[in-house]
Design a protein around this ligand. Structure first.
Ligand SMILES: *Cc1c(COP(=O)(O)O)cnc(C)c1O
Length: 353
């Protein structure tokens, strides 16, 4: 985690860094992620209960609520715990104005004003941005206003529909004349910093997946100089010798072409292994690359041991992580490393080290 955070800093040396730990630190555990990113300048997430938990755990530096507040009742929590919230719609500004009128806020509230530059999820249109900014600026309890946007295609600079340069152009137009600080880049945007230089005016960056050693797309995590932070490991708990024509698992989906040895691994979709992973998905047994065969079941998967005559009950299995990039497994399963990390199930015991 420290190594990957240092990579983010090296890619965007001018910027301060929000370590993003929404979704329980991308499945790594909130407290573990907080400790791993102790050197970050702030932490960003979505969930209010976890933000309060970070304060209880002793996090004193800034905390950014990436989706801001979901109702007027959250404003008091933000003020009490000094949470910096994204403001992305008129309703939120109205709640702030009402809270101000009711004198519910002690001290200053720092905020992020979000612009929709083409992602069309959250944020004000560029032409509505200055007005939203003026409404916030008029509130006496509002402190620093950071201007933010979010990129749709930072992993593919020349995207045919919405290239990153077009989003930056819209951002610059909407934010013209407004003071910073600015915050534009997620992990993929951070990896564009050297290419785009000063055009990407990041005073703060918001890395998530890269801090956990996953690629945001474009290149492999290794090519980006990242190290995996999560290894999902188990063991072989049973072995079956099967003959040509025999099948394996629910639906008998996999059928052996010749005699082969099948290893049964104690890990299934109830652990967060993707159920839709097809035969051929890579798995390491005793450090040797082999493949998934048969359907993923709740508590087990089955793997091909044909090329592993030494494998036996107790042999170590890596589902992803050290030695087997999570992105390779995600690719095979038609998903992304983000989803696999976030879906790690609570029943999986976590060992640190
Ligand atoms: C999740 C999130 C990020 C981090 O994105 P990665 O692709 O994981 O780096 C950054 N900004 C916002 C607003 C987010 O919601």
């Amino acid at each position: 985690m420290q190594h990957n955070l240092a990579r983010a800093r090296a890619c965007a040396p001018q910027a301060r860094v929000w370590g993003i730990l929404k979704a329980n630190g991308y499945g790594h555990g909130l407290e573990r992620a907080m400790r791993g990113f102790a050197d970050a300048d702030g932490l960003g997430l979505i969930e209010f209960d976890n933000a309060v938990r970070l304060r209880e755990l002793g996090w004193r530096k800034p905390i950014l609520m990436l989706e801001g507040f979901f109702g007027p009742e959250d404003i008091e929590t933000m003020a009490r715990h000094r949470l910096n919230g994204a403001v992305h719609c008129d309703e939120q500004i109205a709640w702030l104005e009402q809270a101000g009128a009711a004198a519910q806020i002690d001290g200053k509230l720092d905020l992020h004003l979000k612009m929709n530059t083409g992602m069309n999820r959250l944020g004000f249109k560029p032409e509505a941005f200055a007005k939203a900014h003026a409404r916030l600026r008029a509130l006496p309890f509002v402190g620093e206003i950071t201007l933010m946007t979010h990129f749709a295609n930072a992993d593919e600079a020349a995207h045919p529909r919405l290239p990153i340069r077009e989003q930056i152009r819209r951002f610059d137009a909407g934010a013209a004349g407004l003071p910073g600080p600015f915050s534009l880049s997620n992990s993929a945007g951070i990896f564009q910093q050297s290419e785009l230089g000063a055009a990407l005016r990041n005073d703060w960056v918001r890395p998530g997946i890269m801090l956990y050693g996953g690629t945001p797309g474009g290149k492999t995590a290794e090519a980006f100089g990242l190290l995996p932070t999560m290894t999902l490991a188990s063991e072989i708990i049973g072995i079956q010798q099967i003959e040509a024509g025999e099948s394996v698992g629910y639906g008998s989906r996999f059928q052996a072409e010749g005699a082969m040895r099948i290893g049964v691994v104690a890990c299934g979709y109830a652990d967060g292994y993707p159920r839709h992973a097809p035969a051929g998905t890579p798995v390491l047994v005793d450090g040797v690359l082999t493949r998934l065969v048969g359907r993923v079941s709740m508590d087990m998967i089955t793997v091909d041991l044909s090329a592993l005559p030494q494998a036996r009950v107790g042999s170590g299995v890596t589902l992803w992580g050290k030695g087997l990039p999570i992105d390779d497994v995600a690719d095979a399963a038609g998903t992304i490393g983000y989803e696999l990390m976030c879906a790690l199930a609570p029943r999986v015991p976590v060992l640190e080290g």
